[in-house]
Design a binder for this molecule. Structure first.
Ligand code: HEC
Ligand code: HEC
Ligand code: HEC
Ligand code: HEC
Ligand code: HEC
Length: 243
């Protein structure tokens, strides 16, 4: 009996400490952390540190390759290449595949677009990092988004409008969810309310993915629909006395 408890404790410790230990041994991080920041063309160490990728344990090697268990720079860097080299996973035409190894849905939409074909063929066209930055620490404002399209397209592309519609849908959904939680705490919701909310959240995720095929008309239509439903529902809950 006692043995069993010990084994359990051991197993538990292993589970708790293992990820922390592996994390500590990411030498890309421990070494780069100490480097004097150079005005790099791309992201800085700090940018990585502040990013959602860092929080989720996505180390440098996940995008750059190399071996994080090596303390020696040369060994660790085998085979880290500069982004200007064609074989690098962060060479600009290869970025969509590299990001897409984890973000499969966005990549599969992006793949359907002219942009992907153009990127492969001529190197022109917006890339994942054009809009998200290499660390996904930013998303362009609506005006910047429109300007980004204008870099290459003469006629307006409605990307600003599409983004605005999405932002509206996102905040309406949030409001609805907030009201829903309050109403639920007072026992004032039904399972039908809940499944409607869930469906609209899923629909929003779908629009986020669809964005990456650049059919802005469709994005605008669907985002507006979600915003409208969300507003109506949030209002409905408020009318039932939620504040
Ligand atoms: C012992 C220290 C050390 C380790 C370990 C290390 N690096 Fe570096 N790395 C450097 C230095 C120094 C530079 C050059 C920095 C500069 O020029 O400003 C560099 C440059 C880079 C660059 C820029 C491209 C280049 O080749 O110059 C990338 C990308 C990079 N490292 C990624 C990684 C990744 C990924 C890992 C882990 C697999 C890693 N590094 C491990 C010290 C290290
Ligand atoms: C989510 C993917 C991702 C992660 C994680 C990541 N990088 Fe990068 N990094 C990129 C991309 C993409 C570029 C190419 C520039 C661009 O287009 O943004 C780049 C460029 C660089 C550069 C500029 C040199 C060059 O080759 O252009 C350095 C240095 C660098 N990264 C170091 C690191 C270090 C150190 C870490 C970990 C602390 C790290 N990166 C984590 C995606 C990533
Ligand atoms: C090794 C896997 C991996 C790679 C490679 C990767 N990501 Fe991520 N990314 C993640 C994870 C995990 C999250 C957190 C998602 C979550 O928790 O739902 C994330 C989140 C994001 C987000 C959402 C940010 C937010 O605030 O919610 C964006 C945008 C993003 N990544 C873009 C990129 C881009 C662009 C690249 C390529 C330069 C890239 N990712 C490469 C795993 C990866
Ligand atoms: C033209 C700009 C643009 C390009 C290019 C682009 N994205 Fe996005 N991406 C967006 C917008 C806009 C959203 C939706 C943001 C929102 O409102 O939630 C988004 C959402 C995302 C999300 C979900 C974020 C979340 O909150 O869950 C991920 C992951 C992502 N993009 C990855 C990628 C990847 C990978 C690529 C390249 C294959 C890429 N994006 C290319 C603009 C872009
Ligand atoms: C770096 C250049 C570049 C940027 C930035 C760019 N595009 Fe494109 N886009 C192209 C090229 C090249 C094509 C293919 C040739 C063509 O149709 O003009 C294309 C094609 C398209 C197409 C399909 C063809 C069509 O006319 O229906 C759409 C839709 C599109 N882009 C929307 C956008 C949107 C929206 C943005 C901004 C978020 C944007 N593009 C930003 C280069 C770019």
């Amino acid at each position: 009996m006692e043995g069993l408890v010990k084994i359990r404790i051991l197993l538990f410790s292993a589970l708790v400490f293992l990820p922390a230990k592996v994390w500590c041994e990411n030498n890309c991080v421990t070494c780069h952390e100490k480097l004097v920041p150079s005005p790099a063309r791309a992201h800085s160490f700090q940018e990585w540190k502040d990013s959602v990728h860092s929080r989720k344990g996505i180390g440098c090697e996940k995008c750059h390759g190399g071996d994080p268990s090596e303390t020696d720079r040369q060994k660790a860097h085998r085979p880290v290449l500069r982004s200007s080299e064609k074989e690098s996973p962060v060479y600009f035409t290869r970025i969509p595949e590299s990001c897409g190894s984890c973000h499969a849905d966005e990549f599969s939409e992006f793949r359907k677009s002219y942009h992907y074909k153009e990127l492969r063929r001529t190197g022109r066209g917006p890339n994942c990092v054009t809009c998200h930055g290499s660390m996904a620490t930013h998303l362009l404002e609506t005006k910047q988004m429109e300007e980004t399209c204008s870099l290459c397209h003469a006629e307006p592309r409605s990307a600003g409008e599409a983004l605005a519609a999405m932002n509206l849908a996102a905040s309406a959904l949030k409001e609805w969810e907030k009201n829903f939680e309050k109403a639920r705490a007072q026992g004032g919701t039904t399972s039908a309310d809940e499944s409607l909310l869930k469906r609209q959240k899923t629909a929003f995720r779908e629009v986020q993915k669809k964005w990456h095929a650049f059919s802005m008309g469709e994005v605008i239509r669907q985002a507006r629909e979600i915003a409208e439903i969300s507003k109506k529902e949030a209002q409905g809950l408020r009318l039932k006395g939620v504040r």
